[in-house]
Design a protein around this ligand. Sequence first.
Ligand code: FES
Length: 56
Amino acid sequence: MYVCICNAVTTCQVAQAHAEGADSLRHLREQLGVGTCCGKCCGEARALLRELSAPP
Ligand code: FES
């Protein structure tokens, strides 16, 4: 599923980046371009990061 449609970034790519240490929207922006166009994905990207950071 796409998180950022503008830049065709998927949830899998975000999960991979998170596993490699990306823990903020700034990191996702720098590494994958998330939120650099229309910005509509920022809320969803933050929520996904929270979900990935939550304890199991
Ligand atoms: Fe991510 Fe537009 S959907 S910048």
